[in-house]
Design a protein around this ligand. Structure first.
Ligand code: ADP
Ligand code: ASP
Ligand code: MG
Length: 426
């Protein structure tokens, strides 16, 4: 490990205007004064990526993804050059690098490319000259030399992958909230900042809707054991450490409540209850590159059943024609879509050893008369599909039910046995 090297990533709002860019420059300069070698990764200025996408959609409904990548990568080029100017202006020597100049090689999947390799040679040389390296996040190049981007929120992944490639001490993600919270702090005013979250929990949280970190960045961090600190760009408050689970520490039963409004449900009704039908439906979807989340199949009546599954709303337009084709082939009755749903989930490593957690979540929802349409669980997660209009209410009541606003209150509930309760309060 290079002990003095840190990677600092600043998100869109943190570089949203010139004053904020100057603020970032001061933060970076301070880290340097404290003796750190610093590599900075920046996002595009807030709203810039959406603005560029909108421009493309004003020209065509279905823009070419290669061209979209070139277009979107310009947002991060602008912010990296502006921050570099700001750093040099306050006497902190810095050099900017695009994804290409950094040597960040990806696969060929335009708009959601995966990182294959980061050469890092150029960055190392700049660091040796005692300069700060400012990297344009979210972008790389593929084997043909074409610009690719890493999917929305992808600068987080650029930063963690770069921290791994350069063998940094840690990766700091500076954003517009003080850290990872028990729920989206912009939705739940009582949400509490967590001091520590394990990689496993953070992976679940990110995949269930906590957009504070892109999922792939957490995968990188876990696979290479790179600690991440999520913290605010606007104050010095200690953030949240995302790192390996500490086996000697008691894990909270529930660490957080997440929601995802970008989910829809597709239902095939009166499907013949025969071997091979589910395989046919889901293989066809997989071949089209559509990832499915929850699946439920009803009890069979008169040799027919209903099958429902959820997928991101952005994939519905692609999935529906495929499903209509299948309905004809397998002689099912009909296919329908429901975009008015959302998924609400709880995550907690301590769930592994505590029964009754799911029941408690269901009770909180039923007390508010919120109907649960689908349920899925993993070792450290419970997810429920509900009507979209109840999302905020559901997140708040579940948060309250588990006492997440107060540290360790959830440990006093009936989910914990008496000896463990004693250990937790000592
Ligand atoms: P950036 O532009 O810095 O990358 P993002 O908007 O991608 O920032 O992520 C930060 C946002 O994530 C916060 O403003 C917050 O609304 C949202 N968020 C959702 N869930 C959580 C959570 N559990 N903890 C912290 N932030 C969360
Ligand atoms: N600018 C890109 C986005 O808005 C990448 C990022 O911010 O991480 O998704
Ligand atoms: Mg982000």
């Amino acid at each position: 490990m290079k002990p003095n090297l840190i990677v600092q990533k600043f998100g869109g709002t943190s570089v949203g205007n010139i004053d904020r860019i100057k603020n970032v420059a001061r933060k970076v300069a301070k880290a340097r004064e404290e003796g750190k070698d610093v590599v900075v990764v920046v996002s595009a200025m807030a709203g810039e990526t959406d603005k560029l996408l909108k421009l493309a959609h004003e020209i065509t409904e279905n823009p070419n993804r290669r061209e979209i990548d070139l277009l979107l990568s310009s947002g991060e080029r602008i912010s990296s050059a502006l921050l570099t100017l700001a750093l040099n202006e306050i006497g902190c020597p810095a050099v900017s690098l695009t994804g290409r100049q950094l040597g960040l090689l990806t696969d060929n999947t335009h708009t959601r490319a995966r990182i294959k390799e980061i050469s890092g040679q150029r960055a190392k040389k700049i660091l040796e000259q005692n300069h700060v390296v400012v990297v344009a996040g979210f972008q790389g190049i593929n084997e043909h030399g074409d610009v690719t981007t890493l999917g929305r929120g992808g600068s987080d992944t650029s930063a963690v992958a770069l921290a791994v490639a350069l063998d940094a001490e840690r990766c700091e993600i500076f954003t517009d909230v003080d850290g990872v919270y028990t729920a989206d702090p912009n939705m739940v005013p009582d949400a509490r900042k967590l001091d520590h979250v394990s990689f496993e929990e953070m992976l679940e949280m990110a995949s269930l809707g906590a957009k504070v970190l892109q999922i792939r960045s957490v995968e990188f961090a876990r696979n290479f054991n790179m600690p991440i600190v999520v913290r605010s760009s606007y104050n010095e408050v200690d953030g949240t450490l995302v790192s390996e689970e500490d086996p000697t520490m008691e894990q909270p039963v529930v660490s957080g409540v997440m929601y995802d409004k970008n989910q829809s449900k597709i239902t095939l009704s009166k499907v013949p209850d025969q071997p091979g039908i589910a395989a046919k439906i889901f293989c066809t979807l997989a071949e089209a590159g559509l990832s499915i989340d929850m699946i439920i199949q009803n009890v069979s009546a008169e040799n027919h059943t209903d099958i429902s599954f959820t997928l991101p709303t952005t994939h519905v337009a692609e999935a529906m024609p495929i499903m209509r084709g299948i309905v004809g082939e397998i002689h099912a009755c009909e296919v329908s879509e429901d975009c008015d749903i959302s998924k609400v989930s709880i995550v907690g490593a301590g769930m592994r050893s505590h029964p009754g957690v799911a029941a408690k979540m269901f009770r909180a929802l039923s007390d508010e008369n919120i109907n649960i349409m689908m349920i899925s669980t993993s070792e450290i997660r419970v997810s429920c599909v509900i009507e979209k209009k109840y999302t905020e209410l559901a997140v708040r009541v579940i948060h309250k039910e588990f006492g997440l606003e107060n540290e360790q209150v959830q440990e006093e509930s009936e989910t914990r046995s008496p000896p463990e309760r004693k250990a937790a309060s000592s």
